[in-house]
Write a protein that binds this ligand. Structure first.
Ligand code: DP6
Length: 344
């Protein structure tokens, strides 16, 4: 008997950043993100006849090619949820995965990849144990979080929030929830153009960066600030005040990178072209008055955030003024998406 489950799960971009965590994958502060649409991972998990007599008889393929280097992170994840997936030890586990974006694009695949894997395993659990999981997505989010913190937010469409926060009564450190606060329609179709400044893997992984928040001189203030910023963001999401929204989101992005620059050891993930783009965005905004803002993840790429209504002007600006700063002039035109899709 061959059992299989496949899911497509999107990446997400944080507006309030998760940076710093405690064991086991408990965030040091709450975060909130837009789930994307075009940047996703498709994963298929098959349970086949066991070959080796190991705890985890595991095979991982990216675009059909075996990836030994993916195994440690996946094994660690399986170990976290071991007691909930006893069936896995009885099979040969084949994980086949594909990203819609190039693996070397600098776009983190851990959010989409770990959420897709969690969803596949949870579907298999339902099938094998012949049960219906209550709150399927909440459970998937909890599992995804154990694989990668940001992955917890990818199991929902739209805005997703993770981490205990006084302003949202159901918020939890263990799983993300769909953001249910009042949200102005302008955010429903928000755009995110991902500008690929740097390709290839990063010098410092996010996991290592989180670790450096442990003894960070500004950590306590930063964690508090994330709460304050989330409270302020709630207001701008409700009112649709784009200027305030942009101010908060840009400040969060720069704070994230400021934390990296003030860690011990310190490091910089932005590149000169990242900074050039930020300056161009500010100049464009000053000149046109249009609501175009940026955010950054833990890398050199820039995410341009803007409402659908100004897409034409922004697209023109990107192609005439920004592509010169990009690796092979490449960027991805993404938008807020609807969340994961079950493929089988
Ligand atoms: C800067 O979720 O990749 O993108 O939990 O160690 O897997 P791990 O880290 P990860 O960290 C993401 C950090 C961030 C901000 C965010 O997405 O909130």
């Amino acid at each position: 008997m061959k059992l299989n489950s496949s899911w497509r799960s999107p990446s997400n971009i944080a507006l309030i950043k998760y940076w710093g965590k405690y064991h086991p994958q408990i965030p040091a502060n709450p975060s909130i993100s837009f789930t994307l649409s075009e940047c996703y991972t498709e994963t298929s998990v098959s349970l086949l006849e066991k070959k080796a007599n190991a705890d985890y008889d595991l095979e991982v393929l990216l675009d059909g090619e075996s990836r030994e280097d993916f195994k440690p992170k996946i094994t660690k994840f399986l170990e976290h949820i071991r007691s909930e997936i006893p069936f896995v030890q009885e099979y040969h586990l084949r994980i086949e995965t594909h990203n819609s974006f190039p693996h070397s694009s600098g776009i983190a695949s851990s959010a989409s990849g770990m959420s897709a894997l969690a969803l596949c395993l949870l579907s298999l659990k339902e099938e094998i144990e012949n049960t219906k999981i209550d709150d399927f997505y909440r459970k998937a989010s909890e599992w995804a979080r154990l694989g990668s913190g940001s992955a917890s937010r990818s199991v929902y469409g739209g805005l997703a929030q993770w981490g205990q926060f006084a302003g949202i009564s159901e918020s939890s450190d263990e799983y993300a929830i769909p953001y249910q606060g009042k949200t102005d329609p302008v955010f429903k179709n928000f755009r995110d153009y991902v500008l690929l400044v740097e390709t290839g893997s990063k010098k410092v992984s996010s996991t290592a960066g989180h670790g450096l928040m442990e003894k960070h001189p500004f950590a306590e203030r930063r964690f508090l600030q994330a709460h304050e910023n989330l409270a302020a963001l709630q207001e701008t999401l409700a009112s649709g005040d784009l200027e305030k929204f942009g101010e908060l989101v840009e400040s969060e992005a720069l704070t994230l990178h400021a934390m990296m620059m003030t860690s011990s050891p310190y490091f910089i993930l932005m590149k000169p072209n990242t900074v050039h783009i930020l300056e161009e965005v500010w100049a464009f905004r000053k000149e046109t008055g249009l609501p175009l803002y940026f955010t950054l993840d833990a890398g050199a790429n820039v995410h341009l955030l803007f409402p659908e209504a100004v897409e034409q002007a922004v697209a023109e600006f990107v192609s005439t003024s920004l592509t010169g700063y990009l690796k092979n002039s490449k960027y991805i035109c993404d938008r807020v998406g609807d969340g994961p899709v079950k493929l089988s």
